[in-house]
Every structure is written in C-alpha cells, then in structure tokens.
Design a protein around this ligand. Structure first.
Ligand code: FAD
Length: 409
C-alpha cells in the first residue's frame, strides 16, 4: 500500500525545504523526503558555509515568513569591491549609490535550516520523512511511485502526481527520469573558512581574482569574514594541511592589506568546483530545481538565489493552476510553463557565472588587459552596475510574486 500525496519533494536542503514552506497552505498534500536532519553535522546543504542572499531572495524569504527567524543572523552587504590581483582594474558597487539599503545579506546556512525546518514541521499540509532516502523511482503516466527507506530497515511507498527533484547535483531522481546533466570540471577547489582581519570590514564584500581563481571575503556581524579561497585541487589539498600561520600568510599574499593583517582562521573545508547543467528542467511528472537543475561556481554567489527563484516560480504556477480548479500538479501544461519561465533567468545566470570564471582564469595578456579595462569601465558606468544589480536580484524577465512581496494564499 502506498501513501498518497499530491506533490513529493525529494531533498530537504536549502532549495527543497524552501519549496516545502512555499507550497504549504496551497491546498496540496506534500511529502518532503530528506536523508539527513538539518541540524546534523553531516548535512551537506545546511553546513558551516554562509550564503550571500540577494535582495530578491530576502524578499522571497520575507513573504514566506522565514526572514524574521533569519534576520538576527544576517549581515548586510553595503558595498561590493571587485579587483584583479597584480592588475590595475577594480570596480565597486555601492548599495547607497544604487538607492538600496544593502546589496544583499550574508546568512549562515545553518541559520537558514534552523528557520525553515520548524515551519515545515508545523505545517499540517506537509509530511516530513527524515531521515529517509528515496531509493527507487517508478514513473507511470498517472503518478510517480517512490520507494523510501527509513532507518532502521523500514521502507515506505509514496505515490504522488508531481515529484520535485531537489536532491542536489548528483540527483538520482533527475536520472530516474532520463535527464542527464552536462558537467564541466573547473579544475578548482574552493577552500571555505572564516578569517578575522585586524580592521573592521565596514560591511564590504570583496571579490578578488587571482591566478588560481577567485578569492571572496564576505562580512560577518562579529567582525570576521567568510573566506572562499579558490585553488588548484593539489594546492587546496596542501592548504588544508598548512598551519594556521602558513594559511593566513598565503591569504594575505593574495588579498593584500586592505583589511590590515589577518589574525585568526577557522576550520577549512574543501568544495571541488564544476558547472553542472541538467539538459531539461522537467520530464514526465518530474520538475527539477536548485542544484539538481544547475550547480554553479560560487564566484558570484548566485546558486541558491537562482534556486530560490525556481521555488518561487514553481509555487506560483501551482497556486495559479489550483486557483483555476486544476488539481493535477503534474499537469504537462504546468511543467511546460515552468520550463519556459525559468529558461531565460537560468541561461543568463549560468552564462554570467561561467563567463566570469573563464575570463578571469585566462592567462593571455590581451584578455588580461581587456578584463581590467572591463572592470574600470564597469566602475565608471552606472548602467552596467544597475544591470548587474538587476541580474543578481532576478529582476530580469517575469519576477515571481513572492519576490515582489505578494503572498500566494
Ligand atoms: C563554496 C560554496 C559557496 C556558495 N555560496 C553561495 C552564495 O553565497 N550564494 C548563493 O546563492 N549560493 C551559494 N552557493 C550555492 C548553494 O550552496 C547551492 O545553490 C545550494 O546549496 C543548493 O541547494 P539544493 O537544496 O538545491 O541542493 P543541496 O544543497 O545539494 O541539497 C540537496 C539535499 O538533498 C538531500 N538528498 C539527496 N539525495 C537524496 C535522496 N535520495 N533522498 C532524500 N534526500 C536526498 C541531501 O541530503 C541534501 O540535503 C555556494 C556553493 C558553494 C559550493
């Protein structure tokens, strides 16, 4: 016997959990299946990283009622400073110049998990299966059947009209529907940690391009910064074994002394980097969201922001279809609308992020000169900055209601 739901979300990481919250109250019965509890040390989504949220993402979280529990852990970004190590070009984007209170916010991933999961647990329309893993997917024309394994040695069958693949870059659900992903290894590993600089960061986020890849520093409320240091894989492995002093000396060499000396460093965690792009965003009764649809280089901090717009768009379409009396959430018309809506935003952000990594990894002199001129031109050209602000807030194309502050119910 199967338990019957309207929608099954596989994966309760940053994107799946946000979708569960967005769909609650729309009249659909939701199952959310997650392998690892949000507060476990092994959770791969809600881990020690921090996420730079765009203003659009903040608005979505606000409209969903998640922001009040996140805001006390969020640090505003007043300015973004972009530079190229050893070259003259640099660019600044200032929130005040753009007429914004902040360019975005830095939020610990664990704070997001701690805000989203209690909302899921409290929602009578959402049934959470956790820890539980989807081990088999049978797609039929009228519904999808999922075999869910729960500890210890217990199994349950779930039947749903729509299944959402929110199970990350290695998505088994996406594969079960015959959708493969195009993967390109960047040959870079991000080493993520926190550092304490001598001088206060003044809420400035820094992005510095170096010969082995970008280095990002994101401000944290207590004066520390999250450091995302991109290195060649063999150097990253070595960097994990360096003493704190050796590691800080290398960061100092790459970043310079804009924030004075770096005094302390936290635990270092490596993330190998690749671009992963699903060939489609839906198939049969499956819709693919977040990292399962696209896994990006963290250079511009856009992966979750894009995934959250997947969530806001899908939830809006489901709300619209239900309001029109259509209760089959796996209706091919709904999925086709979803694919069409997400295509431009997805293409734009993937192209922008990938282009940034490629341009700044290119050692050729002409490209170097051009990219420095590009940075300077960008700094002198207010429309370019406004365009970037728009791109990163997802204000290009149709903006989801949740990102405009309009509730779906
Ligand atoms: C170093 C780094 C820094 C980043 N910084 C930023 C940033 O500043 N801003 C930004 O917007 N983005 C950032 N990102 C991107 C962001 O982390 C991802 O976009 C986000 O984690 C995607 O979430 P997700 O829920 O789609 O996938 P995931 O985080 O991969 O979560 C997938 C979930 O599915 C579960 N799961 C998998 N298989 C199954 C199964 N069979 N059954 C049940 N559950 C399953 C997993 O346990 C997991 O919880 C960064 C990424 C990296 C690597």
């Amino acid at each position: 016997m199967s338990e019957v739901f309207d929608i099954a979300i596989v994966g309760g990481g940053m994107v799946g959990a946000s979708l569960g919250v967005a769909l609650g109250g729309l009249g659909a019965r939701i199952a959310l299946i997650e392998a690892i509890p949000h507060d476990s040390a092994l959770q791969p989504s809600f881990d020690e990283r921090t996420t730079a949220l765009s203003n659009g993402s903040r608005r979505i979280l606000e409209t969903l009622g998640v922001w009040p529990s996140v805001s006390s852990a969020a640090t505003p970004i007043a300015k973004i400073h972009v530079s190229d190590r050893g070259h003259f070009g640099f660019a600044r984007v200032d929130a005040a110049e753009q007429g914004l209170a902040a360019m975005g916010f830095v939020v610990p991933n664990r704070a997001l998990g701690a805000a989203l999961w209690p909302l899921l647990a409290a929602d009578p329309n959402v049934r959470v299966f956790c820890p539980a893993e989807v081990v088999r997917v049978d797609a039929a024309e009228a519904a999808v059947e999922l075999q869910v394994s729960q500890a210890p040695a217990e199994s349950v069958a779930i039947r749903a009209r729509l299944v959402v693949a929110a199970d990350g870059v290695q998505s088994a659900v996406r594969s079960a529907f015959g959708v493969d992903a195009q993967v390109r290894d960047y040959g870079q590993t991000a080493v993520v940690t926190t550092v304490l600089p001598q001088r206060f960061h003044d809420y400035v986020a820094y992005e510095r391009f170096t010969e082995t890849g970008p280095l990002a520093l994101l401000p944290l409320a207590d004066g520390r910064c999250t450091l995302v240091l991109t290195l060649k894989p063999d150097m990253a492995e070595a960097a994990l074994a360096w003493s704190d002093g050796e590691f800080l000396a290398e960061v100092q060499r790459r970043f310079g002394f804009r924030l004075g000396r770096f005094l302390k460093v936290g635990r270092r965690v490596p993330y190998p980097l690749a671009l992963s792009q699903a060939r489609r965003t839906s198939a049969g009764r499956c819709v693919i969201v977040g990292n399962a649809a696209q896994g990006l280089h963290p250079v511009a901090g856009m992966g979750f922001n894009l995934g959250l717009r997947d969530v806001a768009s899908l939830a809006e379409l489901i709300a619209e279809h239900r309001a029109a009396g259509r209760t089959d959430d796996g209706d091919p018309r709904l999925l086709a609308e979803y694919d069409a809506w997400r295509a431009a935003d997805r293409r734009g952000i993937i192209g922008f992020t990938d282009g940034l990594v490629r341009t700044f990894s290119n050692p050729l002199g002409a490209v170097q000169r051009l990219r420095n001129l590009g940075l300077l031109a960008f700094d002198l050209l207010p429309p370019a900055k406004t365009a970037l602000s728009r791109l990163s807030t997802g204000a290009a194309g149709r903006v989801p209601k949740l990102a405009r502050g309009v509730a779906l119910r």
